[in-house]
Design a binder for this molecule. Sequence first.
Ligand SMILES: Cc1cc2nc3c(=O)[nH]c(=O)nc-3n(C[C@H](O)[C@H](O)[C@H](O)COP(=O)(O)OP(=O)(O)OC[C@H]3O[C@@H](n4cnc5c(N)ncnc54)[C@H](O)[C@@H]3O)c2cc1C
Length: 406
Amino acid sequence: MLDTSLPETTGPTFTSLPPAVEALRDRVREFAQERLRPEVRRLDQSDAADFDWQLVTEGHQLGLTRLVISRQHGGLGYGELGVAVALEELAAVDAGFALIFGATMLGQAPLLLSGDPALQARFLPLFSGDEPVLACNAITEELAGCDLLIPENAQFAIDVMQARRDGDHYVLNGAKKFITNGKVATYATVFANIEGAPGASALTCFVVPLDQPGITLGDVADKMGYRACLGTEMSFRDVRVPAENVIGGEGGGVFINVQQMNMARAAVAAISTGVARGALDLARQWCGERIQGGVPLHRHQFTARKLAEMSAKVDAARLLYLRAAHLADTEIPAPTYEPAVAKLFADRIAVEVAEEAMSLMGARGYVRDFGMEKYLREALGARIYEGTPEVLALAITESLYAEDEF
Ligand SMILES: Cc1cc2nc3c(=O)[nH]c(=O)nc-3n(C[C@H](O)[C@H](O)[C@H](O)COP(=O)(O)OP(=O)(O)OC[C@H]3O[C@@H](n4cnc5c(N)ncnc54)[C@H](O)[C@@H]3O)c2cc1C
C-alpha cells in the first residue's frame, strides 16, 4: 500500500509571499496534511448528507471561517491572496473540505463588497465566536443556471426567485439549487429578482438568517466528488426580510454578483490548482517507488516527460491565481480578465493532471484505496461553479475586445 503520509514537496515555494500569508499557508498545510488527510477516505465515501462538524470546528479554530473579515469585526483581515493560498493547501488534500470555507467566504462576500458599515457590524462579528458559523451564497435555480452569471443573459432567466416589497420588508418566494453549505449555514446571501422586472434584470441581494419560518431545506445532492461539503436545495415561501438586509440596493444584485465572481475566481482557481498538485504529489511519489523495467518509473523518459508537463502546469496555474488574487486585493473593483483566465486554466489543467496522474499509477490509480481517482472527480467539479469554461470564455473575450470600437 502506498504510504501517503510523507510530507508534501510540491507546494508553493515562493519567497515573495507576504510573511503573514506564508505563515497562514504553513499553518493550513500542517492541518491539511496531518489532521485532514487521515480523514479523507471516510469523508469521500460516507453518505451524501454526512457532515463532519468536528473537523469544521477545528478549521474554524484555525481561522478559516473569518479569513477575509476585517480585524475590526473580529476577523483575520486577509485578502484574496491569503484565502487562495489557504484553499490550495486544503484542496491538495480534499477539495470538498476546502469548499466549505470557500462557500462561507462567498456567503460573506456581498457584505464585504457592500461597504455598508451597519450591515457589516451586524453580521460579520458573528463568524468570530467560539463555535463555527457557516454561510452560503444562493444564486443557482432549477431553470436559471448560467443565465444568472452572465449579465447580458439576465433578462432571459426563467422563473427566478421573486422579491416583493411590503412596507419595511421584502417577501421572498422561490427556490435555490446546489447551494454549498445551504444545509449547515446560519446565514445566506440570497439573490432574488424584484417582482415585475423581466428575468433577473432587477436582481437584488439579501442577507437572510436561515432559522426563520418559510425556509425549507431540501435534499442534499449526491455529488460524484466534493463529498465533504453539502449542496442543497433551499425553498423560500413568503420569507420576510427587513429592507435593511438588502445589500447594494434594490437591483444592485447583478453588480454584486459580478464583483463577487471576480473576487472568488482566484480562490476557485487555487482549489483546482490544489487538486492538480495533490494528484501530482501522489503520482510523483508513486513513480519514485514503483519499479518496472528495472528502474523507478520516473526514470523512463515517457514518464519523466509526463511528470515534467504536470509539474509545469501546476506551477503555471499557481502563478496565474496568485496574480489574480493580488489584483483582486489591490484593484477596486476587482478585474474580470485575470481571475477568469486563472480559473479557466486551472480548471482545465486539474482535469489533465489528474487524468495523467491516474494513468501513471496503472490499476492502482483506478482503485479507490489509493486516493487518486478522487482527484479526477474533484477536478471535474470545479469547472462547474463560479463560471463554466463557456461562461469564463465570454468574460475573457469581452475583456479582449473591450478596447475595440465596432
Ligand atoms: C460543487 C458545486 C458547488 C456549487 N455551489 C453552488 C453555490 O454555493 N451556490 C450556487 O448558487 N450554486 C452553486 N453551484 C451551482 C453552479 O453554480 C451551477 O451549476 C452553474 O452555474 C451552472 O448552472 P447549471 O448547472 O444550471 O448549468 P446550465 O446553466 O444549464 O449550463 C449547462 C451547460 O450549458 C452551458 N451554457 C449555459 N449558458 C451558456 C451560454 N450563454 N453560452 C454558452 N454556453 C452556455 C454551460 O457552460 C454548461 O456547459 C454549485 C455547483 C457545483 C457542481
